[in-house]
Design a protein around this ligand. Structure first.
Ligand code: SAM
Length: 306
């Protein structure tokens, strides 16, 4: 895929840069969700002497970055790795032990959710606006896909999933229709599932598409997004330098709640929650980038030297 078709408009760039610490220890940053490299590029543009470890669980993002970003940033400033930040403590211990032993990061950025290239490519199966296989795996080396869930989970499991991850309390007709349909043939495509939901829930092509919370629930489960996020936040704070800052961008209430509660709990014990009032995008950013409308930014600062 060429540079022009792999595009993602980064959100909160100016807010993040303006909240960088006033002094740095070693100028190392971790971009835990490289995507199309928007945040990484912006940081290196403003702070060319920074060194960045950037990871993504999607190999295509890392391969694209090696070809299209690495050659255009200062030499040795960018280290791209195919990795999942959910295994944060393991990763730090085995691949970057130095960051746990004092030489930590000054900045960590976590920009959650999917990237525009993932949504735009029909074959990745994230979008009901583009017909593709029911896949939704950010990391295509993992086994579990959306199709496995839709075609093999029982009624109770599907109801629980849509309630707890999609906050849908009236999924019964959709779940029953899925079970009926499966008896004849498995549901294979995003369009098939979206059409089934529209048939049961109705939609006049206005407002939020009724498939939205069902697709969100499936994506969160396929990629273990919520559990992985809670598991990795403590390790991230641990690997920050004194006064280093962790920036987390979220896109829906379930993931924002995890970050908010964790920062609240860690406040005073580990450092300071700098966003008791969450940061929202300005009107201009929302106008320019519709994806920004649901974005929230929270920032945590690690304690200084004792
Ligand atoms: C919103 S995009 C990031 C966009 C990026 N900040 C930019 O400006 O181009 C989210 C990216 O994070 C990746 N991702 C999501 N969860 C991840 C995880 N647990 N570990 C590593 N990468 C993850 C996705 O594959 C996707 O490429």
């Amino acid at each position: 895929m060429d540079a022009s078709s792999f595009r993602h408009e980064p959100i909160f760039v100016e807010e993040i840069l303006s909240l960088f610490p006033s002094s740095f220890h070693n100028k190392w940053m971790l971009d835990a969700t490289f995507g199309a490299g928007g945040h990484t590029k912006a940081v290196l543009h403003r702070h060319p002497s920074f060194s960045i470890i950037a990871m993504d669980r999607d190999l295509s993002s890392i391969e694209w970055g090696v070809k299209n970003v690495k050659p255009h940033v200062p030499e040795r400033s960018l280290h791209l790795i195919h990795a999942n930040f959910h295994q944060y403590s393991h990763l730090m211990k085995h691949r970057f032990p130095v960051f746990l032993k004092g030489a930590g990061f000054d900045i960590i950025i976590v920009d959650l959710g999917v990237s525009s290239p993932q949504l735009d490519q029909a074959h990745r199966g994230f979008s009901f606006y583009r017909d593709g296989p029911l896949d939704m795996r950010m990391d295509r080396t993992q086994e579990l896909s959306a199709s496995d869930i839709v075609n093999s989970w029982n009624e109770r499991e599907l109801m629980d999933l849509f309630r707890s991850y999609g906050e849908i309390y009236t999924a019964s007709s959709v779940v029953k229709a899925i079970l009926r349909q499966r008896k004849y043939a498995p549901l294979r495509s995003t369009k098939e599932l979206a059409d089934l939901i529209v048939k049961k829930k109705g939609w006049r092509k206005k407002g939020v598409h009724p498939a939205t919370p069902y697709f969100l629930a499936l994506r969160l489960k396929v990629n273990n997004e919520l559990e992985g996020l809670s598991d990795s936040l403590p390790g991230m704070i641990q690997s920050l330098n004194p006064m280093g800052r962790l920036f987390v961008l979220t896109f829906h209430s379930l993931e924002d709640r995890i970050v908010k509660n964790f920062f609240k709990q860690a406040h005073k014990v580990e450092g300071q929650n700098l966003t008791k009032k969450v940061i929202l995008p300005c009107r201009e950013e929302m106008r320019r980038n519709p994806r920004a409308r649901s974005a929230k930014l929270r920032v945590f600062e690690k304690k200084g030297d004792q």
